[in-house]
Design a protein around this ligand. Structure first.
Ligand SMILES: Nc1ncnc2c1ncn2[C@@H]1O[C@H](COP(=O)(O)OP(=O)(O)O)[C@@H](O)[C@H]1O
Ligand SMILES: [Mg+2]
Length: 286
């Protein structure tokens, strides 16, 4: 199977500056209009008895950048992503994603927020008995309105879905049942499905945790190239530090619900990266 030929390896981007206008697309410009996510002093607690799961988290995501979220199991990576899509109980702080303030939404707006955020998961979350093409088309459901999954998408949507499958390198599998594909192929279908939403942001929660090393590189290359080409931020949580170093522009490290590390990928020391995994309470379970 030939993987998609996509990303150039990350050229180091220059440090962020106020006058970053001349940088090429997707190189981490810091113009305010490029900010797609802004989290300030976020705390999350699932139940009154339990401790804070997120404790004073700040996060900004800008169009074009791939930000790796590192942290041990239980550090709050998934909860931070869920805070951006309204699936986590925000206790205090502010969370803006796209055009919306997640702490002040009406129900219809939550659906709109979710339609603007493409999500990729560890277990791919495809509908296995349906074709690859149909799975990608489900990404257009918000746009298409309620339709019969088995056939009533517009020809424009179908053409777009095929184009996206071609982009992720598996157009030749379009008519196959999703469950017959390898893990790496299924994850690429999931990425095409996310792109079908024309997302303003992509969140990928441990997208390569179930993949072998070679396919992990392919999928992370793909995500980084999408961030650059589409000019959207990709937030990707990872378990393996080396993958984050190779496939991100910026790294944010969480430990026990706090941001303990943040910086341009090329500028972080090995010690700094390792410190994200220091055990600093009795709950450390990695
Ligand atoms: N729905 C939930 N209800 C209660 N506690 C939760 C829930 N989801 C996560 N937690 C707790 O929040 C903490 C952070 O979990 P999570 O965000 O999944 O971390 P990570 O993705 O880094 O492994 C863990 O202690 C976990 O047990
Ligand atoms: Mg998680």
């Amino acid at each position: 199977m030939s993987g998609p030929r996509l990303a150039r390896r990350a050229e180091q981007r220059p440090p962020a500056t106020e006058q970053a206008a001349p940088l090429p697309t997707g190189s981490g410009r810091r113009a305010d209009e490029d900010r797609r996510v802004s989290v300030r002093n976020l705390t999350v607690r699932y139940t009154a008895q339990d401790p804070l799961v997120l404790d004073g988290v700040d996060l900004d995501l800008y169009g074009g950048e791939t930000v790796a979220l590192l942290g041990a199991s239980g550090s709050g990576k998934s909860t931070l992503m869920k805070s951006l899509t309204g699936f986590a109980p925000i206790t205090s702080g502010t969370v803006r994603a796209g055009d919306h303030d997640l702490t002040d939404l009406r129900p219809g707006q939550l659906r709109e927020v979710r339609s603007q955020i493409g999500q990729v998961f560890q277990q791919f979350n495809l509908i296995g008995r349906l074709s690859v093409l149909t799975n990608v088309l489900t990404g257009a459901l918000y746009d298409a309105g309620p339709v019969n999954l088995l056939g009533t998408f517009s020809s424009a949507h179908r053409a777009r879905a095929l184009e996206l499958l071609d982009r992720v390198g598996i157009a030749h599998k379009a008519e196959d049942q999703a469950r017959t594909l390898s893990g790496g192929q299924q994850q690429r279908v999931a990425i095409a499905r996310a792109l079908m939403q024309n997302p303003r942001i992509i969140l990928a929660d441990e997208p390569v945790a179930s993949l072998d090393p070679r396919m992990s590189h392919t999928v992370l290359d793909l995500l980084q190239s999408i961030a650059r080409q589409e000019g959207i931020p990709v937030l990707v949580s990872l378990h393996v530090v080396a993958l984050a170093v190779e496939h991100s522009d910026r790294i944010v490290g969480l430990r026990s619900g706090r941001v303990v590390l943040e910086g341009a990928t090329g500028e972080l020391s090995a010690e700094g990266l390792a410190s994200v995994y220091d055990v600093d309470d009795e709950d450390g379970d990695d």
